[in-house]
Write a protein that binds this ligand. Structure first.
Ligand SMILES: Cc1ncc(COP(=O)(O)O)c(C=O)c1O
Length: 300
């Protein structure tokens, strides 16, 4: 499916404070981040040349690093400005933005107390795929074999590369069986999330979603909960057991990449793409494309 591989594209990448040609944004094979997964990242989207919730993503990036025991040597303000520079330099309007921080090469072992912390920010065109007919049919999810780990096993509050190992395995297995993605349970057997998105269900006009106590409390998740509550729709965060799936009428995923994506199937369970799901898809789309009030006033 893919076009040009990601290491061979045109443009520039912000790398440790300076722009470097895209193909030269490399790291050494003896980097701690590669061997021991000491890396944290963000996935962000720009709509109409504005990064949605840019500051929140940067705050999470800083916090993710802190949870892994390192400090990114650029302030949140510097990172926010660098992301803007990347978009401008790459002349991007609807884009995906990927900041990543990792431990460098000074020490090569489990301990890496004094390794340099690197930061890179890349962005590429990624038009929103909102509203194509296919997406409104809903996507099909497999049940993943791997579970989200116990918080005593892995630092789940960090958007850390290492936590994605079981996501890639689960997604590959789902794709092999013809599904788009997989629903993961947690270590207690409770419904958790998809491999790169949070999950919501609808029943009797109310929204139910798992409490994020061992998986990422997504920025889109929180945004969509706010949108639903603004419309007077009750949102209940609670423990959801897999045997409840049968009783839910609608299901959707949320995430920066997924936005609001309806789900039509999870294993043997079927869901409609109903009104609440469609309303939140539209509300989310309207919100991310909204121009900031200051900008609106300035151009009026
Ligand atoms: C595992 C996982 N859960 C949830 C999310 C949704 O997070 P957000 O809405 O902040 O993009 C993501 C995407 O970053 C993810 O990778």
């Amino acid at each position: 499916m893919a076009g040009l591989p990601f290491d061979q594209r045109d443009g520039e990448i912000w790398y440790d404070g300076a722009f470097v040609p895209w193909a030269e944004a490399k790291l050494h094979v003896l980097s701690h981040g590669l061997h021991y997964a000491s890396s944290v990242f963000e996935g962000e989207r720009a709509y109409n040349a504005r990064i949605f919730k840019s500051e929140e993503h940067t705050a999470r990036l800083h916090e993710s690093a802190r949870v892994l025991g390192f400090e990114i040597p650029w302030t949140e303000a510097q990172i926010n400005a660098a992301k803007e520079d990347v978009l401008e330099r790459m002349k991007l309007s609807d884009a995906y933005v990927r900041p990543i921080a990792w431990r460098g090469s000074e020490m090569m072992g489990v301990s890496a107390q004094h390794n340099t912390i690197h930061l890179a920010i890349a962005a590429w065109e990624w038009p929103s795929y909102f509203a194509p007919e296919e997406r409104l049919k809903g996507i099909r999810l497999d049940m993943a074999a791997y579970c989200r780990p116990d918080p005593r096993t892995a630092p789940f509050k960090s958007k850390a590369a290492g936590l994605y190992m079981i996501c890639t395995l689960s997604k590959h297995e789902a794709e092999r069986k013809g599904y788009a993605d997989a629903l993961m349970l947690d270590w207690r057997g409770q419904v958790a999330e998809a491999t790169g998105a949070n999950v919501f269900f609808v029943k009797d006009g109310k929204i139910h979603t798992p409490t994020p106590d061992c998986f990422l409390d997504g920025i889109t998740r929180r945004t969509v909960i706010g949108l639903a509550r603004d419309r007077g729709i009750e949102v209940i965060e609670r423990v959801i057991m897999p045997d409840e799936l049968e009783g839910f009428e609608q299901c959707f995923l949320t995430g920066t990449a997924a936005e609001v994506t309806p789900v039509s199937e999870i294993g043997p369970h079927r869901f409609q793409v109903g009104e609440i799901c469609k309303t939140l898809m539209l509300d989310y789309d309207a919100l991310v494309r909204q121009e900031p009030a200051g900008l609106k006033a300035a151009v009026a």
